[in-house]
Design a protein around this ligand. Structure first.
Ligand code: BEZ
Length: 270
């Protein structure tokens, strides 16, 4: 059992729900690809028995559990209380805590920090990198994958076009995502005392579950902030408009495929 504690600015449960309104049942049921693809990243992490590894943005804990199964002492953190609650229920033998990627601190540093499909939600990349650095031993590794430059570009374009078609300009819409190039992200890492030893940006078209409803479910799960200014009726009406825009490029033979582009990075703390 790891005996380290996380010192962080905890938000209240109500604030966190307001900011991280995750439907964990929908997430676990329809978005299994999030951690299934993450298994590739685990190979890059190569967790070893006896290592201590922090899973940053652990969601409902599936990859944290894989890290623990490899014999490492795993600890998962996530900013969404609902995710942490579910992770604890799923894997009661593993420690999980609510913490924010931009301001967590640990008392004793880890051998590695691992993060899958999370950092594209963290626009304050400098603050996240500072927290990651602080939580690593010298020589410790940071292994991450997230959405990179051009990620879900067709979906974003369709969201903006559909909103514009009902009179809402792009300037009034909150895009919650940060999709840096590898040059941009590795520079941020190097500026804070990391050696970026591996970095790649690659397309990873991702088939969505649920057949015809696939893109609507994805949008409801992940893109809610685009619709913050819309009435419930407008929200219901806009989804088919977005589907129409996307159908020619992302829908084939009953399956929607999201146009993901991933960044994968390994960096070592100097
Ligand atoms: C991604 O994994 O690239 C992603 C997931 C949800 C929303 C946006 C991007």
């Amino acid at each position: 059992m790891i005996e380290k504690s996380i010192l962080c600015n905890f938000t209240t449960y109500e604030q966190s729900i307001a900011n991280n309104n995750w439907d964990t049942a929908l997430y676990e049921d329809k978005h299994t690809f999030v951690w299934q693809y993450g298994e590739d990243l685990l190979k890059l992490l190569n967790p070893k028995s006896g290592e201590s590894i922090l899973d940053l943005g652990c969601g409902t804990g599936q990859l944290t559990d894989k890290i623990a199964q490899a014999g490492a002492e795993a600890w998962g953190i996530d900013s969404a209380p609902a995710m942490i609650e579910k992770a604890r229920e799923n894997y009661p033998h593993i420690r999980f805590d609510v913490a924010d990627a931009t301001n967590f601190q640990v008392e004793q540093p880890f051998d590695a920090v691992f993060s899958n499909a999370v950092l594209h939600w963290v626009k304050e990349a400098d603050s996240a990198i500072a927290s990651i650095r602080q939580s690593l031993k010298p020589g410790g590794r940071f292994v991450a994958e997230f959405g990179g430059k051009g990620n879900v570009q067709a979906i974003v374009t369709a969201l903006y076009s559909a909103l514009e078609s009902i009179g809402i300009p792009q300037t009034q819409v909150e895009n919650p995502w940060y999709y840096p190039s590898i040059g941009e992200y590795t520079t941020l890492l190097e500026q804070q005392g990391f050696d970026a030893i591996y970095a790649i940006l690659f397309p990873r078209p991702t088939p969505l579950a649920e057949g015809e409803a696939g893109i609507a479910n994805w949008i409801k799960m992940f893109a809610g902030s685009f619709f913050a200014g819309l009435s419930p009726e407008q929200q219901i009406k806009i989804i088919p408009v977005i589907e129409e825009y996307l159908k020619p490029t992302l829908y084939q033979q009953g399956t929607w495929t999201a146009d993901y582009r991933r960044i994968r990075i390994v960096a070592v703390k100097l």
